[in-house]
Write a protein of this length. Structure first.
Length: 427
């Protein structure tokens, strides 16, 4: 007899200190004004972005590590460092994706200690499941009945799936020209698609007005402070999977810039809480496509503020955000921690997608190709040393973006169904 899972119970039991209760307020990143932990993303005084702040004084590093290691095989093992608890109806299987030593790709790039963190292996095949998990858990805590997002593609699928599990009405705003595979995914989970004629940034402006008027829990607008925190778990897992050590360098893609910001934050929390032996902050470098490169362009030209890209032109739709909300913050962080920002062409992206697939058996979407191409450029320029430990984040799955490779593969040469014909075919 099979026993159905009891989803009315929490996914796991945890002590007070580790139950996601350490968040104390939202705080403006610019002027420092504090607000209660509610649905709000911008400071009422100065319009700055709000961040979750914590009181970690109850935490003791040794017992925290023990509790994490005894926790669920998911990102919720780090609940103590997140602003929400896993709820009975959230996708609690997100995270703890595999990380492996990439010997083949390392050899091709000339890196002796290269690792790949394959975050395409989340329930909806992108790292977006992490921020969404926290935003939805918090939305349920706050009693939301409607979930929403504005998306370049992956977020739509992730929010739609989470909304289905949570039993919430779900709306996803997308630019009307996103990849059909990503729309299909959001639709199959039952979300209502709002296909906006315009760029992501235009869809975003409309969504912000809708969020204001209808009060829906927009995961990356009104729930954004909580949403962002979920991305820290990639850094936590990286360290834990290295045996509570830090890598020398991490390479990741930059779209809205929140993954970059939160990876910096995640590693800093590990150091400050004494969860890792190392005290040296990893260098964290970001990559963008040339056709939508506001952050990389500003970094490379020495500017402190990016210039928005009004018409993104890239096959890396996930990164086609011309006016990234964490862009200027990331520029500041990159300079502070000695990270770099690189840009690559679509042709370099496609070459990198093929290289990753042929060496490591991983089929990534263009965002992963951009990241690998960026790593390759930095290595070739001598900016990353061959003995540095480097972790490459692969954030999304290529099966959702097959149109990006149209015309790129060899044509089939059909063969007659007899052995003689096969002999000739093999040549
Ligand atoms: C959203 C997304 C990114 C960019 O993340 P940001 O936090 O917006 O910078 C990168 N890769 C994939 C696959 C994504 O879906
Ligand atoms: Zn402020």
């Amino acid at each position: 007899m099979t026993v159905p899972l009891d989803r009315t119970k929490p996914a796991h039991s945890v002590s007070k200190a580790t139950s996601g209760n350490n968040a104390i307020a939202l705080k403006c990143r610019d002027c420092g004004t504090e607000y209660p932990l509610e649905k709000q993303r911008l400071c009422k005084v100065c319009n700055g972005a709000l961040e979750v702040i914590y009181d970690f004084s109850l935490l003791d590093s040794k017992s925290l590590i023990r509790e994490i290691e005894a926790g669920p095989q998911s990102m919720w093992r780090y609940a103590a460092l997140l602003p929400a608890r896993p709820q009975a109806y959230t996708l609690n299987e997100v995270g703890m994706t595999p990380m492996h030593r990439a010997f083949n790709l390392g050899k091709r790039l000339g890196l002796n200690k290269l690792y790949i963190k394959n975050d395409a292996l989340n329930p909806t095949h992108s790292f977006k499941d992490r921020p969404v998990a926290v935003a939805v858990a918090k939305a349920l805590e706050l009693g939301a009945d409607t979930l929403a997002c504005v998306s370049t593609g992956n977020l739509a699928g992730s929010v739609a799936a989470a909304g289905a599990r949570a039993g919430l009405k779900t709306y996803v705003f997308v630019p009307a020209d996103i990849e059909p595979g990503k729309i299909l995914m959001a639709q199959i989970y039952g979300a209502t698609i709002v296909a906006v004629n315009g760029t992501f940034d235009q869809a975003n402006t409309l969504a912000a007005q809708v969020a204001e008027k209808y009060g829906w829990a927009f995961v990356n607008i009104t729930m954004r402070p909580y949403y962002k925190q979920g991305s820290k778990t990639l850094a936590f897992e990286t360290a834990e999977q290295l045996g509570w050590r830090l890598p020398d360098h991490v390479l990741l893609p930059v779209g809205s810039g929140s993954l970059y910001a939160m990876t910096v934050k995640g590693f800093e929390e590990l150091i400050n809480l004494g969860l890792v032996a190392d005290q040296t902050m990893p260098r964290i470098s970001g990559a963008q496509p040339e056709g939508c490169n506001p952050v990389a362009q500003a970094y490379l030209s020495g500017a402190t503020q990016f210039t928005p890209v009004t018409q993104p032109r890239t096959l890396a739709y996930s990164l086609a955000i011309g006016n990234p909300s964490d862009g200027n913050f990331d520029l500041k962080q990159a300079r502070r921690i000695n990270g770099m920002m690189e840009q690559v062409s679509d042709a370099e992206t496609i070459t990198a997608i093929k290289l990753l697939a042929a060496t490591e058996g991983i089929f990534t979407e263009p965002a992963g190709g951009v990241t690998l191409a960026g790593l390759k450029k930095l290595v070739e320029a001598g900016k990353i040393g061959k003995d540095e430990s480097v972790v490459l984040y692969i954030t999304g799955n290529g099966l959702k973006t097959q149109d990006a490779l149209e015309g790129q593969m060899a044509e089939n040469r059909p063969v007659a169904a007899n052995l003689a014909a096969f002999d000739r075919w093999l040549g």
